[in-house]
Design a protein around this ligand. Structure first.
Ligand code: FMN
Length: 383
């Protein structure tokens, strides 16, 4: 059934649509957070702790949301965050997301555990591409992933640091979510209630982690996500490893999952080009400081030497404006575009970006800010 997009006016509307259109275990995997999901909720609530302070009688006939991200132009101060296993929601979701990003002129980040390969996304989507790397126990294979991203023209490597071990996502356990997805008797009714998703599964097959297809340790039998992470991701990685990665990777290097000013300092010391202040969308350690609240100290620590991005809880254009006003160069969005892709593939992802772009432009106009640079501390007060 077609979607009447004129009635889908916010990211929350897209979320509701996604919840209806994909089976509960998949929606729970996308939507959920760790343990009590306190961090998940607070990521978003943090934005409401800042109140906007508009200026009037400013000429805002022309508002420009464009900016530079990692030294290259972007139509919005926004990139799509890496989200593993996105293909569970829609066949080849990573290509759909990357195409939506390219159409919008914003970067897309491909996750290590993605259902489309590094090469496929480069070939079928194009646009500005970043590659997110987890350091796997198999170091040779980890380095090979980096070389593949380099050869396919990815402009930045985003190394995630906040997943030493898997967070406890209780919704996944309750829903019997496994990787790869195995329809189980207990879920059959739920799956039958989503014939379109089932049809996609029947025609495209159960999505595998295509990106790691040539790796012996890659695709194994159905297991919990935490078991997969424990078996394959290396929890002993330290800053020394990042210094080696810095030497090996010739382009932009970004460290993701930074919350403490001390770590922001170390990122500068190790030669990174940027950080993402993030708690993995509240999916790892529950009850952290919200990334928006951690942002000012990270911005102070970095003192303009490298780029500071943030993510977690961005569902509105005004959230992007608030992050920029606190000193972020831009934000990443994870779930906002995932809800879109889960609802309607590339068209849904584009719709999510269109909503955010529209809201940001309107927020800037109403604030009296013509450019992203004009978004600064004077635009807000802490509630
Ligand atoms: C379904 C899902 C899968 C994710 N997979 C990864 C991943 O593979 N690598 C990574 O660095 N972050 C991953 N993240 C975290 C996102 O990159 C990002 O930090 C987070 O989604 C931001 O919060 P938001 O969803 O509220 O925008 C994932 C997030 C979601 C929702």
């Amino acid at each position: 059934m077609g979607i009447d997009w004129s009635r889908v006016v916010s990211v929350d509307d897209l979320r509701r649509l996604a919840a209806r259109r994909i089976p509960r275990p998949i929606f729970g995997f996308i939507d959920g957070g760790a343990e009590d999901e306190v961090g998940l909720a607070d990521n978003r609530a943090a934005f409401d702790r800042w109140k906007l302070r508009h200026r009037v009688f400013v000429d805002v006939a022309q508002v420009d949301t464009a900016t530079d991200l990692l030294g290259e132009p972007s139509r919005l101060p926004l990139a799509i965050a890496p989200t593993g296993l996105a293909g569970l929601a829609w066949p080849r979701a990573e290509v759909a997301l990357a195409r939506a990003a390219a159409a919008f002129g914003v970067p897309f980040t491909l996750a290590t555990p993605s259902t489309c390969s590094i090469e496929r996304v480069a070939r079928e989507a194009g646009g500005r591409l970043w590659y997110q790397l987890y350091v796997l126990r198999d170091r040779d294979y980890t380095m090979k992933l980096g070389r593949r991203a380099r050869d396919a023209g990815y402009e930045a490597l985003v190394v995630t640091g906040d997943l030493a071990v898997g967070g406890e996502r209780e919704r996944d356990a309750r829903n019997g979510f496994t990787v790869p997805v195995r329809p189980r008797l207990a879920n059959i009714l739920e799956l039958l209630g989503h014939p379109r998703w089932l049809w996609q599964l029947a025609t495209h097959g159960v999505p595998a982690i295509e990106n790691l297809a040539d790796w012996g340790g890659g695709n194994q039998g159905a297991q919990t996500l935490a078991a997969m992470i424990a078996a394959q991701f290396d929890p002993s990685v330290t800053w020394d490893e990042l210094a080696r990665l810095r030497d090996a990777w010739p382009r932009k290097l970004v460290l993701k999952g930074i919350l403490a000013a001390e770590d922001a300092e170390r990122a500068v010391a190790v030669g990174a080009d940027g950080i993402v202040v993030s708690n993995h969308g509240g999916r790892q350690l529950d009850g952290t400081v919200a990334p928006l609240d951690a942002l000012p100290e990270a911005v102070r620590a970095v003192a303009g030497r490298i780029a500071v991005l943030m993510d977690g809880g961005v569902r509105r254009g005004s959230h992007i404006a608030k992050a920029c006003a606190l000193g972020a160069h831009g934000v990443l969005v994870g779930r906002a575009t995932l809800y879109g892709v889960a609802a309607a593939g590339e068209a849904g992802a584009r719709h999510a970006l269109a909503i955010l772009a529209d809201e940001l432009g309107r927020t800037m106009a109403l604030l009296g800010c013509r450019s992203v640079n004009a978004l600064d501390a004077r635009c807000m007060r802490r509630a």
